[in-house]
Design a protein around this ligand. Structure first.
Ligand SMILES: [Zn+2]
Length: 592
């Protein structure tokens, strides 16, 4: 194998034949992928090259895609044993320790290989060097294998292709001698931070960090320490437990740009939700400090103490406090163990009387930006590393009830029933159709229950929830109105009653055009594909939106973007792009 590192210039000016030779070995026995991608020369960046390769694969016929999948060796399979792997595959399987399997591990993997092949008709493909490029361990490989064996065939075909692209990405990095150094750093910080987890979860290897627990306070200390190490000028923990780091401008009178995200997690959550939006800007400050560079504005990075509303029903407590929306009645809430928030705060040494002083004066601020893992499958499916958020969806939540008549399941003829559950079933199908019609609305019945139901009783009552979201308030309101009038129609026709109670209403938070444009300029500067999307989930940016302009940048998640789940994942390559985009935004702000 050649050890001369490849450069983009060299690739861009090479003849087609030479270029093909330079990209040899990226896609297993399938040079046609690189051949297709070369039509998009000149590549703007390594990121662009990676995307063009993925596009070539996306645009290929299903037969060609399957042939490529078939060209891959089985994991720890016959080719490995007979040492007939390509040099690249051999190196990867070696890094994952697959060449040193115990006989038991080997037997498990062989069984998985044959079950997978029998089910899908192609070999299982996994980028065994993993999201950080260091190599997954055998346990992780076996777990992923077992899980994917249960997948839908169409999904599995796509997931194999995505893994093939990831394998190619790492092979390309090797060819270019490229290391996503800051991406690795951010990835490693998240890994280290995930060592702190609440009791009951930590023992099981699960990540749970809820407001002001010991693990939560250890997280705050970790962030404080690393902010100091990065070169922030001021670092403090505020009265609600937010960690606030400031990297000061050259001139004291300058305005401030705020960024940040949350470090609390849901129960048994992922390592990147929230935390990526704290560590990405920290990596930027580390670089700025290292280069002895000052920005023309103060840069404030806030690690919000609470966003998820897990220990107390006080969602967005951390960011809420900065806009004067800390509700004093929260202090008397009790957690599951009867500990009042007030006491938890005192125990943590927080000065409750200072909370009102946390409110920022919007006149001092340029705006708020936030990086967040997408928490959805969109970017992963599109093979795009970054997404521009155009709006955070507005939402309405309701608790509802349908009241029919409970009666004997054996003696009540079908045409004389007042079945509350069947009425709900009809509504559920309508909810799905109605939200789908908008394209970008979502609506969910996440809880449904027949209280005191019985196998031989026609359901007399049905309790259910509604969660309805859309990118703007008008679209959301139309969605809600249509669903409620359908509920009314269904209940009238079926002769049942209903009740609804609105439990939450949040306004949509459209991105400020100027800030969205800055993220777009940054993504363009990286040569990465530009994709605009709404955020289905709520974020801290929603709170800051109430007082200042905001815009968010999404980062692709692996495993089809699953989140609020331990399978949440993202690569250090994508994290590097988030840092690079952030750096671009920071250093080009003065010229705007
Ligand atoms: Zn989050």
């Amino acid at each position: 194998m050649t050890t001369v590192t490849l450069t983009l210039d060299r690739l861009n000016i090479a003849t087609h034949a030479e270029a093909l030779q330079l990209l040899d070995g990226l896609y297993e026995h399938s040079p046609w992928v690189a051949a297709q991608a070369l039509a998009a020369r000149p590549f703007k960046s390594l990121t662009d090259l990676k995307y063009q390769l993925a596009l070539a694969l996306q645009n290929a016929s299903k037969e060609a895609q399957l042939q490529l999948i078939q060209a891959h060796p089985e994991l720890a399979g016959k080719a490995m044993v007979s040492q007939s792997l390509t040099a690249e595959s051999s190196n990867e399987q070696n890094k994952a320790g697959l060449t040193q399997c115990t006989p038991q591990e080997f037997a498990v993997i062989q069984q998985l290989n044959s079950d997978y092949n029998a089910r899908f008709g192609f070999p299982f493909i996994l980028a065994v060097r993993g999201p950080r490029g260091l190599g997954l361990n055998k346990q992780q490989i076996i777990e992923t294998f077992s899980r994917r064996l249960l997948g839908h065939p169409e999904f599995e075909r796509q997931e194999c292709l995505r893994n093939i692209n990831r394998i190619a990405e790492i092979r390309l990095n090797d060819k270019f001698g490229y290391e996503p150094v800051l991406g690795h750093l951010v990835w490693d910080w998240q890994e280290e931070l995930s060592a702190f987890s609440d009791p009951g979860y930590a023992e099981k290897g699960q990540l749970t960090v809820t407001y002001l627990t010991e693990a939560h306070r250890a997280c705050a200390q970790f962030i404080v320490q690393h902010m100091h190490d990065c070169g922030f000028d001021e670092v403090r923990i505020d009265a609600v437990g937010n960690v606030v780091g400031r990297y000061l401008a050259a001139t004291p009178t300058a305005k401030t740009l705020m960024t940040g995200s949350h470090y609390d997690t849901v129960r048994n959550g992922g390592k990147y939700d929230g935390r990526l939006g704290i560590f990405s800007p920290m990596a930027c400050v580390r670089e700025l400090h290292r280069q002895q560079k000052r920005l023309p504005f103060h840069f404030e990075v806030v690690a919000f103490a609470e966003e998820e509303g897990q220990r107390y029903k006080a969602t967005f407590l951390g960011s809420g406090a900065l806009i004067g929306d800390f509700k004093p009645e929260w202090l008397d809430q009790q957690d599951a163990d009867g500990i009042k928030m007030r006491d938890a705060m005192a125990h943590a040494g927080l000065a409750i009387e200072d909370i009102p002083n946390l409110q920022r004066n919007p006149a001092d601020y340029l705006g708020f930006v936030e990086v967040h893992i997408e928490q959805g499958p969109v970017l992963n499916e599109l093979d795009m590393p970054l997404g521009i958020v155009t709006s955070i969806n507005g939402s309405v939540r309701m608790q509802c009830e349908i009241i029919g008549t409970a009666s004997h399941a054996g003696t009540t003829p079908m045409n004389r029933r007042a079945d509350a559950a069947v009425a709900l079933a009809e509504l559920a199908l309508y909810v799905e159709q109605r939200a789908l019609k908008d394209g970008d609305s979502v609506a969910t019945i996440g809880m449904l229950q027949v209280p005191n139901g019985s196998v031989n009783v026609v359901p007399g009552r049905c309790l259910f929830s509604l969660d309805m979201r859309a990118p703007n308030n008008a679209q959301r309101d139309a969605l809600v109105a249509d669903i409620l009038s359908e509920l009314k129609r269904i209940c009238e026709r079926r002769g049942v009653q209903y009740k609804t109670e609105e439990t939450m209403r949040a306004a949509a938070a459209p991105s400020a055009p100027a800030w969205q444009a800055r993220w777009e300029a940054a993504v363009n500067a990286l040569g990465a594909p530009l994709y605009r999307m709404t955020s289905g989930a709520g974020h801290d940016a929603m709170k800051l939106h109430e007082v200042m302009p905001q815009a968010m940048l999404f980062v692709r998640g692996q495993n089809s973007g699953i989140s609020h789940n331990p399978l949440e994942s993202s690569t250090s390559d994508d994290m590097q792009l988030a840092v690079d985009a952030f750096m671009h935004l920071l250093t080009h702000l003065e010229s705007n």
